[in-house]
Design a protein around this ligand. Structure first.
Ligand code: RTP
Ligand code: MG
Length: 143
């Protein structure tokens, strides 16, 4: 195992529920270190670029409507095996299939409004981190 980074979004429904602090606690209690963070309200172009792999799928326009419906919080999480460990913490994309104790079981409202995003591979993580953060906005621990 090696230390990895993954990219995470608290989606608009999670932010609207005032769940930022609760979800950040879940990250830290699960052993992730938050090494970059900011809030922003995505433009449609920003959301479309981020989700470009889904362009043309039936849910794409609804996904963009949702992701631009309110502010999001984006962060970089660091831990051993961070990509897979964070996917496990999030739970299944469809909250009906998300295991008890996962973030989506607790905070998702539907398949689209599923509360959190996480990178699906280390290469996606690198692309997604660079999409939202400059190098000097990522702050590894020094103590
Ligand atoms: P994410 O990328 O957001 O972490 O989620 P994921 O890997 O579990 O799911 P993905 O297949 O990448 O889909 C991206 C997001 O699109 C929305 N979606 N809606 N209504 C639908 O059928 C549908 N399918 C996907 C979800 O918000 C999903 O997280
Ligand atoms: Mg995905």
């Amino acid at each position: 195992m090696s230390i990895e980074r993954t990219f995470s979004i608290l989606k608009p429904n999670a932010v609207a529920k005032n769940a930022i602090g609760s979800i950040y606690s879940r990250f830290e209690n699960a052993g992730f270190t938050i090494v970059a963070a900011k809030m922003l309200h995505l433009t449609r172009d920003q959301a479309a670029g981020f989700y470009a792999e889904h362009d043309g799928k039936p849910f794409f326009n609804g996904l963009l409507d949702f992701m631009t419906s309110g502010p999001v919080v984006v962060q970089v999480l660091e831990s051993e095996n961070a990509v897979q460990r964070y996917r496990d913490l999030m739970g299944a994309t469809n909250p009906a299939n998300a295991l008890a104790g996962t973030l989506r079981a607790d905070y998702a409202d539907s398949m689209t409004e599923n509360a959190v995003h996480g990178s699906d591979s280390t290469s996606s993580a690198a692309r997604e981190i660079a999409y939202f953060f400059s190098e000097d906005e990522v702050c590894p621990r020094t103590r």
